[in-house]
Design a protein around this ligand. Structure first.
Ligand SMILES: *Cc1c(COP(=O)(O)O)cnc(C)c1O
Length: 378
């Protein structure tokens, strides 16, 4: 088969797709890695013991298909029923499942014709809606599904627009099949109050996912909204706050009706067994993690102060990273300057954030190394 006909085997949608670009995972010796919001502290010793103890001949067996024990533990933690919880191969998997559960796929030409014919409600059924900037995976997942995207700007300080502002702006769609809200926001780090999130949820007539990937570093969380409003799901992950990126475990909490629908379309064994065990052991040692949250929050305050002294504009953060506008040189130049000193941070090309660096809060030593590198780079 020649190259052209081979290409034609691939659906046009997939051919044209731009894949998600994850932060780099380079193998450079001595690199200080502050680019993907990983936790600088290892999983608790109890978690490591539990995983090690499970590595034996039992690896030949399938894991529990519904992560039953983990869901039972999570339901006690969040004071709900196991039926209110679905566990995924990272929360990324669940975000994709949510799109497939709520949103009608529609080709680009289909979307254009719905727009042209003024079929607003049909278009809304095919629409994934989110704020910009927020998690850059959302548009990719929408594209993979062939959904229409409605990307609506946050306020200039990355705050949530009020309902009145959303109505006035006219771009926001209160009928969108699915609305995804990163809260606290990434990449800005800005936190949102449960009160304003609830007002937004109540105004939406489609599904809403509150993506709380970073909420353990914030002042408040909106979990109660998932248990109060049946069209609202809260997404959590063991990756960031619980030092388990490697194991890929995330979960949604929500009404039994929506959770049951998500269960229907997931892979039968979507969460690997070691991941389930690691997450269960994590819930048995929450004190260890809470100590780490405190350390990271203290380092966040220290680093924000030090960078401010050096001329950075640091946005207030409720997460384990900060968004900071560097002085003197463009952010992209700083990215390289720091890289030359073996410190890796993240820079996004998107216009709203291209003047900023996103810096993961590491250990106090890593933060101090960053401050020294900045001093030398000035
Ligand atoms: C990291 C991240 C996730 C995904 O976490 P996984 O559970 O590792 O898939 C989801 N949402 C946001 C906003 C994130 O930053």
């Amino acid at each position: 088969m020649n190259k052209t006909s081979l290409k034609n085997l691939i659906r046009p949608l997939v051919r044209e797709l731009h894949a998600y670009v994850p932060g780099e995972q380079p193998k450079i010796k001595g690199l200080i890695k502050l680019n993907t919001n990983e936790n600088p502290y290892p999983p608790s010793p109890r978690v490591l013991r539990a995983v090690r103890a499970a590595v034996d001949g039992r690896l030949r067996l399938y894991p529990n298909p519904t992560a039953e024990r983990l869901r039972a533990k999570l339901s006690r933690l969040h004071r709900c029923q196991p039926e209110n919880i679905i566990v995924g191969n990272g929360s990324d998997e669940l975000l994709a499942l949510a799109i497939r559960t709520f949103v009608e796929p529609s080709s680009e030409s289909g979307v254009r014709s719905l727009k042209a014919k003024g079929q607003g409600l049909k278009l809304a059924r095919a629409t994934v809606q989110y704020f910009t900037p927020s998690y850059s995976l959302y548009p990719v997942l929408a594209d993979i599904h062939g959904a229409a995207k409605n990307a609506v700007p946050l306020n200039s300080d990355f705050g949530l627009p009020s309902l009145a502002e959303l109505r006035r702006g006219r771009q926001w769609n209160f009928d969108a099949a699915l609305t995804l809200v990163t809260t606290p926001n990434a990449p800005s780090g800005r936190g949102y109050s449960t009160r304003e999130l609830e007002a937004l949820c109540k105004a939406q007539r489609g599904g809403v996912v509150l993506d709380e990937a970073y909420v353990d570093f914030a002042n408040e969380n909106a979990m109660r909204l998932a248990l109060k409003h049946p069209h609202v799901l809260v997404a959590r992950t063991f990756s960031k706050a619980y030092s388990l990126c490697f194991q890929r475990v995330g979960y949604f909490v929500g009404s039994a009706e929506l959770i049951a629908a998500l269960h229907k379309i997931r892979d039968s064994y979507n969460v690997n067994g070691l991941g389930q065990l690691a997450a269960e052991a994590t819930l048995g040692d929450l004190g260890y993690y809470r100590t780490n949250f405190k350390k990271i929050i203290a380092t966040r305050a220290w680093l924000s102060r030090e960078l401010t002294k050096l001329g950075f504009r640091v946005l207030p953060s409720q997460t384990n990273f900060i968004l900071a506008k560097p002085p003197l040189f463009p952010a992209e130049v700083w990215l390289q300057k720091l890289r030359d000193r073996k410190i890796l941070v993240r820079w996004f090309r998107a216009p709203e954030v291209r003047d900023y660096l996103r810096i993961t809060i590491g250990t106090r030593r890593e933060a101090a190394a960053l401050v020294r590198a900045v001093e030398r780079g000035l």
